[in-house]
Ligand binder design. Structure first.
Ligand code: FES
Ligand code: FES
Length: 158
């Protein structure tokens, strides 16, 4: 059975895109399949793992649980929009410098989550960092290096 399609305009990483997608399409579907922005990953598709995390007007959002049609005029930032043209962001640099090298599946979500955290709190303490990261799952590695990287960026352990 064919699904009704809806037209919408999405602003993603500063660029406007005219999208025609099924009314039930998630933002994650549209980003990955429609726009070719495959940095946001589909880990669980149930809002649990954080691999699909993006920013909507600077706030964290699970793109697997967000209907593309509901985004409206909110600005979408994906991992592709975090780095500058020539360089990593401060969060990305901190992760690299601390050896917090995770896989390509979970890393985009961690970067987005830490980017949101540092935008609202430039000097988070360890517990704040740990709480912020609690929505991003990695079952195969540790969180130690990621927390260390964030503490380094925050200016030291508090
Ligand atoms: S894919 Fe969205 S939270 Fe896991
Ligand atoms: S899920 Fe990415 S390193 Fe574990």
């Amino acid at each position: 059975m064919s699904q009704a399609k809806r037209r919408s305009v999405l602003t993603v990483n500063g660029e406007q895109h005219h999208v025609l997608a099924p009314a039930a399409a998630t933002l994650l579907d549209v980003l990955r399949t429609g726009l070719g922005l495959t940095g946001s990953k589909c880990g669980c598709n149930h809002g649990v793992c954080g691999a699909c995390t993006v920013l909507l007007d600077g706030k964290l959002a699970r793109s697997c649980l967000t209907l593309a049609a509901d985004v409206g005029e909110r600005r979408v930032t994906t991992i592709e929009g975090i780095a500058g043209d020539l360089d990593f962001s401060a969060v990305q640099r901190a992760l690299v410098e601390s050896g917090a090298i995770q896989c390509g599946f979970c890393t985009p979500g961690f970067v987005i989550t830490l980017t949101e955290l540092f935008a609202r709190d430039p000097h988070p303490g360890r517990e704040t960092i740990r709480a912020a990261l609690s929505g991003n799952l990695c079952r195969c590695s540790g969180y130690v290096k990621i927390v260390e990287a964030a503490e380094h960026l925050a200016g030291g352990v508090r």
